[in-house]
Design a protein around this ligand. Sequence first.
Ligand code: ACM
Length: 746
Amino acid sequence: MKKFVILCGWLFAINMLVAQPASNPKASDLIPKPLNCIDKQGVFRLSSVQKIYAPIEFTEVALLLAEQLNLGNPVVKQNKGASIVFFKADEGENLGAEGYKLNISPDKISIYAFTRQGAIRALFTLIQLQLLQADITQIPCAEITDSPRFSYRGMHLDVSRNFFPVSFIKKYLDLMALYKYNTFHWHLTDGPGWRLEIKKYPELTSKAAFRTHNTWKEWWKSTRKYINEGSPNAYGGFYTQEDAKEIVAYAARRGITVIPEIEMPGHSEEVLAIYPELSCSGKPYQSGEYCIGNPETYTFLENVLVEVMAIFPSTYIHVGGDEANTKHWEQCDKCQKLKHEKGLKNEHELQSYLIKHMEKFLKAHGRKLLGWDEIIDGGLPEDATVMSWRGISGGIKAVQQNHDVVMTPGETYLDAYQSDPRTQPEAIGGFLPIKRVYDFEPVPQELTSDQARHILGTQANLWTEFMPTSYQVEYMAYPRALALAEVAWTPKENKNFEDFHRRLQAHYRLLQRKNVNYYRPSTFLTVTAQPDDIMQQDQISFQSEQYMPEIRFTLDGSAPVATSTLFEKPFYTSGKTEIKAAVFSDREMKGEVTNYTAEYHLAVGKKVVYNQLWSDSYPAQKEQTLTNGVKGSLTYSDKQWLGYLNDFDVTVDMENKQAISSVSVRFMHQPGPGVHLPSFVEIQFSDDGKNFTSFQKQTHDIRPDNPELIFKTFTFDCKHTGARYILIVAPNVMKGFMFVDEIAVY
Ligand code: ACM
């Protein structure tokens, strides 16, 4: 007993230590992790800075450093006596386009870079290191040699679904710079509002920038109308060309390129409401797609792009291209005439005709076209670069055709839930905890190393349907954007989630200092039950968003308390075991109890005959899924949930006749993305696999429009019925997706 108390006391002390992040984090705490970095003894005191010297090409960077450090104007033209010195590195040092070397010693900081971009990355390494400190008057000594894995490291922001002021865009850019992002993809136009002043078309901002409802959700549920700026109920806003130029300059100073996105041919309801002559019907509020057969469409878009190019010096101009509905073009005389004249096979090729036209137009102005992966469907323009968002397959296809690609699949969609959706403000759906972001690998295995060079990098996408305020944007972006920053910067072989998680602890201070409304790590526990075929038991472990939490658990159904068993290493459970666990600190439970039923049941490893096939989109573990003993998590994309567009109809073969005491099967309900329960579940038994007798049918009382995420287990008390085969059927009445993770038999 005494020993136990001492053990607890010791662990307690450890946890007290880890709960308080170190007050003087080192270079080895930086995010993204530098290529090479050695922590050194001692600190450089900022009060000692009298002079900063930089050669002429880095003078602007030195001024920015002085500004960031609040040092007034100590930038001098002579190296002598300067305590922070920028050096132009030799080409032979191979620092590359964005690399740098940084030596911080107690009396001097030396920064070496070959390019201005490299000098800027070094600057923000220094500033990050400063802002991690409890005492920001000092910077710990270190030697760093660093350069990025990918040349494109982006963050996107949708300012159409909600409008955010210039001040917030600057804050967004400040954080991007601190974490070495170099591209801001500004989604400026979309159905919910046009956001950029175009002098030739003033109605784009006087009317198409303003809608009838404040939140996107209310507007989306309404008849989706636009009203004039100044109307009492108008909601919206736009950036003047001066605002946009100010943003471009602000970003450029921080080494960030701004890529504007002007959507075409779809997602353009707001334009076509005020210029209906550019749509197939010629009437407002009929479609979101430009008429491709109308020459005026090209004139309009080119006029817009001319003004856009005058504001944005980026090589790339993003033209959207996603999710266009081909229906209007199919029924439009002008579109069909153009299609036949040009010998185009279908409406995808028609879309491609417009995109190819725009690519030539941009190229004639010295720019390059960037578009979402739908631009592949009807044939890619010659030099287009693709953003692969519908998974990675579009990206692979584009690379195989020798095109450059930015990989932005689901793992980069920071509009998805980051923690248990049942505990979070409404989001678009999905489930993307920070570890899944961190584990994302932008280069698909299918590509050769030569082909891999076409993967320019990756980007965090922030669509703002459910982010009505800048606070909510920050909540969704941070800290996940730190994980993607490391994906984009750090070589794959140097990445390690445990180490990232450790380093992240020091960054909360920085985020607090910068007043970022980041998502705070929850005390919610994830339970993993891994079936062990040899032991015929489940191996149980817990994961937490907390760093090194004190987890205590029970297996007897009682609520855990401060003296319950401490989780130190994975343990085993047999059969059906109810696990209750919670995080403790200072002898108090933090947050709520996590309940989980581990089930090493009789059907684990048994054969299942699929009388109806699952959907190719969600094959999970294919025929193993339902009896592999592994439950699905909170998301249907975790490869443990088998997706059905058909009815569910399977037969489990228990290998010999036996007394069945219970059968259960679990489904998911999440109507947002179209995931529904069956109308009922029925089980039937058989000895020979041919003649089945119905045992029972169960319905449920969950309304199809209940917006919550619900997991529904249908459990049948089988009263020891003797059977070898169990048939389970569940009709898909809603005609959306049904997801099933496991059939448990006892
Ligand atoms: C997209 O998410 N529609 C590109």
